[in-house]
Write a protein that binds this ligand. Structure first.
Ligand code: NDP
Length: 311
């Protein structure tokens, strides 16, 4: 049986692995079978991670974190966790391959998943004009007319990035003001290829074999109109990935795994959580990394307490 299992390979998971490996906990990290590295694998330049004054590409930052964790002895297994058993002193994890692993402690750093609009044809046209990843798919939209839905930092980042390819980028937002940070707003607003469509909700998506446009409903007047498009990028936030722990760990009202104060301790002894899966507010690479540190230190204290003979 292992000392520590870490599920997730974003900044929280890999930082927890670096700390845990350096503390001789011999952690194993279960990274995704599709792509290790978490959300930053889908981003472009990260300008606000301390220590990189020139900026660093998201995928490069994650590869370096993985390299650092492996250097100190963390084992990294590229497979998906399909189920967990958390009650009792031995935590059990089953992988997509059918293999099972056991450990005394476990850290959930499972991050969050892209939110969907929840309208018909969104899934059907996914990959055929509808996308959640500008970095992955932007290249396919050279000299095309596209739109980004959302008013947060992700939408501003995606829209700005997509102007490298597209001839025109609409930003469709359901309100008349943005949630994005000032600097990201200003950058998008100063870009001549970007046009904002305010108070607009995407209420339908059209296209047979590929997207041809969307229907917009004015959120103030209710007026409906069609907009011809070659591509639609959805950037409306994320939901914490908690499906593995439903019914086993307490969740908060916002759907994140509940932890005790500033610690990573969940409602079950020996189970810790870190990163976006516990964070409804900040959700930055640096805050996730810090959260991973907290989880590794909490797990270390927990494991040490197990080896102290009880009086
Ligand atoms: P946010 O939750 O910040 O923003 C989501 C946006 O999508 C909001 O404008 C919201 O509208 C809108 N929205 C949500 N649901 C729907 C829906 N069903 N239909 C239409 N619109 C919807 O998510 P982000 O992904 O933008 O950002 C998440 C976190 O990551 C933030 O903390 C952000 O700062 C950070 N981030 C930082 C970056 C950077 O600094 N480089 C880059 C990207 C993200 P409304 O405003 O009306 O609620």
């Amino acid at each position: 049986m292992r000392q520590l299992i870490i599920i997730g390979s974003g900044p929280a998971g890999f930082t927890a692995a670096i700390y845990a490996a350096r503390a001789n906990m011999s952690p194993v990290v279960f990274a995704s079978s599709v792509e290790a590295g978490g959300e930053l694998m889908n981003t472009t330049e990260v300008e606000n991670f301390p220590g990189f004054p020139e900026g660093v590409m998201g995928p490069e930052l994650m590869m370096k974190m993985e390299e650092q964790a492996a250097k100190f002895g963390a084992e990294i297994i590229r497979d998906d966790v399909t189920s967990v058993e958390l009650s009792g002193p031995v935590k059990k994890v089953t992988l997509g391959s059918g293999e099972t692993h056991e450990a005394s402690a476990i850290i959930f750093a499972t991050g969050s998943a892209y939110r969907k609009l929840g309208i018909p044809d969104e899934d059907r046209l996914s990959g055929y004009g509808v996308s959640w990843c500008a970095t992955c798919d932007g290249f396919f939209f050279r000299e095309k007319v596209i739109a980004v839905v959302g008013g947060g930092d992700s939408a501003m980042e995606e829209a700005t990035f997509l102007t490298k390819f597209a001839s025109k980028v609409y930003v469709i937002h359901r309100k008349d003001s943005l949630r994005a940070s000032k600097i990201m707003q200003e950058r998008a607003m100063a870009n001549p290829k970007i046009e904002f469509l305010w108070n607009s909700a995407v209420t339908a998506i059209s296209g047979e074999s590929a997207l041809t446009g969307v229907t917009l409903t004015d959120t103030v007047t209710g007026a409906v109109r069609d907009l011809a498009l070659d591509g639609l990028f959805i950037a409306i936030g994320n939901d914490p990935r908690t499906h593995l722990v439903h019914g086993q760990l307490d969740l908060t009202e916002s759907g994140t795994i509940a932890v005790d104060g500033r610690s990573s301790r969940t409602s079950t002894s020996g189970v810790f959580a870190a990163g976006d899966v516990i964070d409804p507010s900040y959700r930055q690479a640096i805050t996730a990394a810090a959260s991973g540190t907290v989880a590794a230190l909490d797990a270390e204290h927990y494991l040490a307490s197990l080896s102290v003979p009880s009086k």
